[in-house]
Ligand binder design. Structure first.
Ligand SMILES: Cc1cc2nc3c(=O)[nH]c(=O)nc-3n(C[C@H](O)[C@H](O)[C@H](O)COP(=O)(O)O)c2cc1C
Length: 213
């Protein structure tokens, strides 16, 4: 009997990480509203400061959908990618955790609990922005195509994909009266460790997004 109880406890304990690792399903994003696109283009700019706050799950959902969600039944994204390679991983850093965005499921995978925003840049406003988005290219997607593409061309596509996504975020931020700022300096060593990146992953750019003071 004692053995059965012991085995049961072992089973329960081993099961805990599986439950803890479950993805967070995001609510449906808003797909209409905001200001007109020309008004958003007219007011797009890089913000110099951010409020140290958190977005609601609904706001985070729409932000990530804009940044890189699926916008058509054929699984294609809100921004274009070369040959629809979809090689960009978007990581979201917030006050409460660091997450990987999964476009096809419109869900988040928790990478690390707690506030790691400081790893995403040394400028003081970085650790305050509601969300810091990190755009990392998964170059292994190119190896799987069997095409011979030079590494610099692959990296160029990574930066192009990040830029295309980021302009959408700039316009969404403008439509919400929030700030956004592209950035290129971050703690690559710390982020590689935290996110478990490999030599197949290429850092591109970061972007701070959220309400302004
Ligand atoms: C590729 C790229 C890298 C950038 N890196 C930084 C950065 O590391 N830190 C920063 O504060 N701003 C950075 N910026 C923001 C620019 O300074 C900003 O876009 C520029 O001053 C023009 O201002 P605007 O975006 O308001 O038009 C970057 C912008 C781009 C496009």
């Amino acid at each position: 009997m004692k053995k059965a109880v012991y085995l049961f406890l072992v089973f329960v304990l081993l099961s805990v990480p599986a439950f803890a690792a479950e993805d967070i399903k995001l609510p449906a994003p808003e797909k209409s509203g905001g200001i007109g696109v020309l008004d958003a283009v007219a007011s797009r700019q890089s913000a110099g400061d951010f409020e140290d706050t958190e977005l609601t799950l609904e706001q985070l959902s729409t932000l990530l959908w804009v940044a890189g969600g699926v916008n058509r039944d054929n699984g294609k994204l809100t921004y274009p990618t070369a040959s629809n390679i979809q090689d960009m991983i978007i990581f979201a850093f917030t006050k409460s955790g660091t997450y990987r965005y999964n476009p096809s499921e419109h869900s988040l995978t928790l990478i690390a609990e707690g506030d790691n925003r400081v790893l995403t840049g040394s400028q003081p406003f970085v650790a305050k922005a509601a969300v810091d988005l990190l755009y990392v290219q998964d170059a292994s997607k190119w190896a799987n195509t069997g095409r011979k593409v030079p590494p610099e061309a692959i990296l160029n596509c990574g930066f192009a994909h990040a830029g295309l996504s980021m302009q959408g975020v700039y316009l969404y931020a403008a439509s919400q009266g929030w700030g956004a700022r592209t950035r290129m300096n971050f703690d690559r060593k710390g982020l590689t460790k935290l996110l478990g990146l490999t030599k197949n992953h290429n850092f591109t750019l970061m972007q701070c997004v959220g309400p302004k003071p």
